[in-house]
Design a protein around this ligand. Sequence first.
Ligand code: KG4
Ligand code: ZN
Length: 349
Amino acid sequence: MVMDRPIIQLPPARILGIESSCDETAAAVVENGRSMLSNVVATQIDIHTQYGGVFPEVASRQHIRTIYAIVDEALQRAHLGFNDLDAIAVTRGPGLPGSLVIGMNMAKGLALSTGLPLIGVNHLEGHLYSAWIYPHDTPAPPAPPEFPLLALLVSGGHSELVLMTGHLEYRRLGGTLDDAAGEAFDKVARLLGLAYPGGPSIQKTARDGNPEAFNFPRARLEGTWNFSFSGVKTAVLRTVRDLESRNIALSVADLAASFQAAVVDILVQKTLHAARVFQAKEILVAGGVSANTALRDAFVAQKEFPVQIPSIFLCTDNAAMIAAAGYYRFANGQRDPLNLDVLPTWALS
Ligand code: KG4
Ligand code: ZN
């Protein structure tokens, strides 16, 4: 593997990753930061659907019930025991405090009883490193992403443009001023009467709709690398109210398709612009919203920059990405103490 930065020696290491920042309880084993030996995710979606979103206390308590079994299964699927591991990486933040604490305490208990080092990982860094991962039985491992990378990180809580100049080296260029992209999908889905989580529901409904039926606003915020999605969300709301007040039948499919087209347009145009300005070699798209097929198709359709987008199952929350990022932290010498606290609002740095 050709490294852009010689500062980090890359030793052989197997890392157990643990993730519990929101409503997915996950554990995985990744070798050398890239080769995924196992990846187990228990989603709580069915439980939270009845509330129309994540209910934090319910999420924490569900993590408690499942986390031990999930870690055990990740080791079993990798055919490994604790003796075969080199470190335990766990999501330290950002996320729901009560949920983060469950994963953190599980990781600490394991670190204490096995003597393995503990490594706290930023969840956003994990999403970025999902682009390095491939299943261990892949016949020809893909080439790793090349720096400098322009990363678009779009999830339920974040929409950021990040310039990655080397392993663990980030420059945050900008982010959302209001709703995150995933949050906008979730809120618009709710107002259209679609199920939680909103992203997949909107994507499915949009398949039967016309993306040009409504011309929703695209907040370009010229001169900055920031995003704003509250305008497009409000425009959908206004359109729905207007159609209802005039007794015109709502085409939920057209509304979903037009909303999705507006969000995809904003994300793709701004990312391409930043990639040009910062002379990126490649674009990386990560986070839950990068599972969106319209967004993926739009990035693949442009031919200006090579694009790295993780497999769909690695776009939404998982622990393989935490193990992968944890590997580069491990290689960089990070070892955390057993009194490590969680950081619910931790920015990428
Ligand atoms: O990264 P993630 O799993 O959790 C956070 O760290 O937030 O992202 C979850 C977000 C949700 O807002 C969800 O609606 C959105 O990602 N999402 C999607 C799709 N799948 C998940 N948004 C658009 N299209 C999708 N297919
Ligand atoms: Zn996430």
